[in-house]
Design a protein around this ligand. Structure first.
Ligand SMILES: Nc1ncnc2c1ncn2[C@@H]1O[C@H](COP(=O)(O)OP(=O)(O)O)[C@@H](O)[C@H]1O
Ligand SMILES: [Mg+2]
Length: 247
């Protein structure tokens, strides 16, 4: 199987900080991958490198087999890489539906009249898929956090990406909200979406992911089958004392 996204020996340095220190990993088509690690272990920097917001000090990024290390964020977006951010980023002056339309209108196919009609259809379909169509005309700020997060995911999937990167989508959520996001991600996986889910709670990703990557101090500590990887002594130790030890 060809990896849809691959990092080869990525290093990212911020001044004296080695945020990412030699990470190589590959995302397989149609799999839900989880990237876990303690706070400050480099998870967001890995995703920022993939989405081309951060340029690595060393190493290469491949998207669909092509080297995109020098590409910009819009270029990888046009090539099918979408993401959500750790802090929700919705445009306040726009409705939920208008926010989701932004996810489609950036694509070149949305420029013609027929393209705009297809874009509107894609936005409405994404609203339904994320179960937020009933709040389409509402301002995002009026909505609970968990619903805002689903709007953000709707915006990311409206452009029919090949890969979706989610940076801690359930951080700070209630158990009920986490369950809703979990169901949404499971549905996307069933539809064949390739995903990378960042999370610091090992337990949350165990039942959900097909493949687990564990980061610690900017390095890949372990990777593989989620249950087997989570059970490794080195992984247990990295999470010890942080209340993230799986049951
Ligand atoms: N823009 C930046 N400038 C300086 N240091 C940064 C920057 N972004 C991240 N870091 C540092 O890099 C390390 C990894 O951060 P981050 O990737 O955000 O970790 P995580 O998402 O796992 O919490 C941390 O030590 C953090 O302080
Ligand atoms: Mg982070």
């Amino acid at each position: 199987m060809t990896a849809v996204l691959e990092l080869r020996d990525i290093k990212v340095r911020f001044g004296g900080v080695k945020a990412v220190d030699g990470v190589s990993l590959a995302l397989e088509p149609g799999h839900l991958h989880a990237l876990v690690g303690p706070n400050g272990s480099g998870k967001t920097t890995v995703v920022n490198t993939m989405s081309r917001l951060v340029t690595p000090t060393d190493g290469q990024v491949f998207l669909g087999g092509q080297d995109v290390t020098a590409a910009g964020p819009h270029e990888v977006y046009r090539r099918g890489l979408a993401r959500t951010f750790q802090g929700i980023r919705l445009v306040e002056g726009l409705t939920v539906r208008e926010n989701v339309l932004l996810g489609v209108q950036e694509l070149p196919t949305a420029r013609s009249r027929a393209g705009r009609r297809r874009a509107a259809e894609a936005a409405d379909e994404a609203l339904e898929r994320m179960d937020v169509h009933h709040v389409a005309q509402v301002a995002p700020a009026a909505l609970p956090y968990g619903v805002q997060r689903r709007v953000e995911i709707a915006r990311a999937v409206a452009g029919a990406p090949k890969i979706l990167l989610l940076d801690e989508p359930v951080a700070g959520m209630s158990a009920g909200e986490r369950q809703e996001i979990s169901a949404v991600l499971g549905r996307l996986r069933d539809d064949g979406m390739t995903m990378l889910l960042i999370e610091h709670d090992l337990r949350f990703v165990l039942g959900l992911s097909d493949h687990l990557f564990v980061l610690n101090f900017g390095q890949l500590l372990a990777a593989g089958d989620p249950a087997a990887t989570a059970a490794l002594p080195a992984v247990q130790e990295a999470f010890l004392g942080r209340k993230h030890v799986p049951a």
